[in-house]
Design a protein around this ligand. Structure first.
Ligand code: ADP
Ligand code: NI
Length: 228
């Protein structure tokens, strides 16, 4: 099977898989991440084929958040790539990306609270950096805001509750089960993303999207207090 055919088949598989999902992982998120990841990959001289495949497959593992099975996602990716008869070494490369991309995995475990500047920076492939930056960018800016409230709405979270303070040093365990208002998510994840970018283009774009997040919060609280 040639590369173009592999991409086309994977695209159809993902569209079909995600159409049955209603937890906030829609096809258009995948579409945006794929395009951003390719843009970053070109700048970084990363392998575009690996980046595109990993971007397409990066969220099918996210079922784990809802069924509690952290290995299910990796298995699903492996199964699909084996079906396409992709070489084992290439499968490993792609699984490396799809299993390491998650923000949640960067959070400290219980009893190991980190400070803001304490994110682990392991040695990562250019392909992993491109897809991760793209996924994180899509959680920021105007689109990130829309996604946060969509997620919150789906899980019946209030927009904001002044009595429930954000937990800025949230642990992995707490993040998994939080039922906090959607605004808290800005402090627990979205505002942290700018300093977690790996690539120069990712950093540049994150700076702008971060600025918009801050502006949005400023307006939000002005309106909340009736000052606008
Ligand atoms: P991603 O594909 O970006 O890794 P996630 O599975 O972490 O996505 O979440 C999907 C979207 O929902 C993201 O934009 C994320 O920021 C948002 N989200 C995740 N958890 C929450 C939450 N507790 N409150 C509001 N939004 C959330
Ligand atoms: Ni994603």
């Amino acid at each position: 099977m040639d590369r173009q055919e592999i991409i086309k088949k994977t695209e159809l598989f993902i569209k079909e898989t995600l159409s049955k999902d209603s937890t906030g992982h829609d096809w258009w998120h995948i579409h945006r991440v794929r395009n951003l990841a390719k843009l970053i990959a070109r700048k970084e001289g990363a392998d575009i084929f690996v980046v595109e495949l990993a971007a397409l497959l990066h969220d099918i593992g996210d079922y784990k958040f809802f069924q509690g099975n952290e290995e299910a996602g990796e298995e699903k990716v492996r199964e699909w790539l084996s079906f396409l008869e992709i070489s084992p070494s290439l499968i490993d490369k792609i699984v490396e990306i799809t299993s390491k991309i998650s923000f949640m995995h960067t959070l400290p475990a219980k009893g190991k609270r980190s400070n803001k500047k304490n994110f682990p920076i392991p040695t990562l492939s250019k392909e992993l950096m491109a897809v991760t930056d793209a996924d994180r960018l899509d959680a920021m800016g105007a689109i990130g805001i829309a996604r946060a409230f969509t997620y919150g709405g789906f899980f019946n979270r209030p927009i904001y509750d002044p009595a429930i303070k954000p937990n800025k040093s949230i642990t992995k365990e707490e993040y998994k089960i939080t039922e906090a208002p959607s605004i808290n998510h800005f402090y627990e994840k979205l505002l942290k993303l700018k300093n977690m970018m790996y690539t120069p283009l990712g950093k540049k774009k994150a700076k702008k999207r971060h600025r918009f997040l801050k502006l949005y919060l400023k307006e939000f609280f002005k309106e909340w207090k009736g000052k606008m």
